[in-house]
Design a binder for this molecule. Structure first.
Ligand SMILES: Nc1ncnc2c1ncn2[C@@H]1O[C@H](COP(=O)(O)OP(=O)(O)OP(=O)(O)O)[C@@H](O)[C@H]1O
Ligand SMILES: [Mg+2]
Length: 225
């Protein structure tokens, strides 16, 4: 199994006035292609911080982060942005769709940002929306969609550039039990079918059986839950 996300001895502190608050204190994790890993932990334990570092949005105080074979240290801002666009798909708690773009436009924007060919992007967008069961909603604005549909658009958008790493921060938080399970099933299937590495932060113990591994973030490190 190819390692897609590799984190070694990651330490991160936030400055809190005069004091420094250590949130991650030597966290290590490896996630392979085809694997869906769940990360749990109490509020304030550092889950979103961990995910931001895994997603190259935040540079840790120390430690090593490697994504699909590329070590992040040494990349400049521009190279980090390119890496995020080509290697990482993000799914946030509240879908984070752009209100003034229709569903298919949300997906095509991702391709446009990475200068992909427009006809190919339109085909891929159609294929993903079909696969997630929302193709009939493709000309709608986000405010006309249900919470579950919005989250599926967010998944399709994360898949658009075919990134090897998917990161999801509480993707089921705004959904009922059935829709939540459906979203996680899609993440799991997508990871297995397309050989992606996926990490999902969740408070939702009902979806854990769909994950390959369940870890707990406690005292700044990850351990089996
Ligand atoms: N930019 C920041 N500056 C200072 N402190 C921060 C910052 N971001 C987060 N923190 C603090 O770091 C700790 C971890 O925050 P984080 O958001 O990673 O937790 P979390 O596990 O995602 O929590 P939740 O389950 O509530 O989303 C918290 O105590 C938070 O207040
Ligand atoms: Mg959080």
């Amino acid at each position: 199994m190819k390692t897609i996300l590799h984190m070694q001895d990651v330490v991160h502190r936030y400055r809190d006035g005069d004091e420094a608050r250590t949130v991650l204190s030597g966290l290590s994790l490896q996630v392979g292609a085809g694997e869906l890993v769940a990360v749990m932990g109490p509020s304030g334990s550092g889950k979103s911080t961990f995910l931001s570092i895994a997603g190259a949005l935040l540079t840790p105080g120390s430690g090593v982060v490697t994504i699909d074979g590329t070590p992040l240290s040494g990349l400049d801002t521009r190279a980090l942005a390119d890496l995020r666009l080509s290697k990482i798909g993000f799914i946030f708690q509240s879908a984070n769709l752009i209100p003034y773009l229709k569903v298919d436009e949300q997906l095509r924007l991702v391709s446009k940002l990475s200068h992909a060919d427009a006809a190919g992007a339109a085909r891929r967008s159609d294929m993903l929306l079909e696969r997630l069961g929302i193709r009939s909603r493709r000309r709608q604005y986000p405010d006309r969609l249900s919470g579950g549909e919005r989250q599926r658009v967010a998944i399709a958008r994360a898949w658009m550039n075919d990134p090897p790493l998917l990161l999801a921060d509480e993707p089921t938080a705004s959904l009922d039990e059935e829709r939540g399970a459906e979203v996680v099933r899609m993440l799991a299937e997508g990871a297995r079918t397309d050989g992606k590495a996926a990490v999902m932060v969740t408070h939702d113990s009902r979806v854990l059986e769909l994950c390959d591994r369940v870890l707990k973030l406690q005292d700044g490190v990850l351990a089996p839950a």
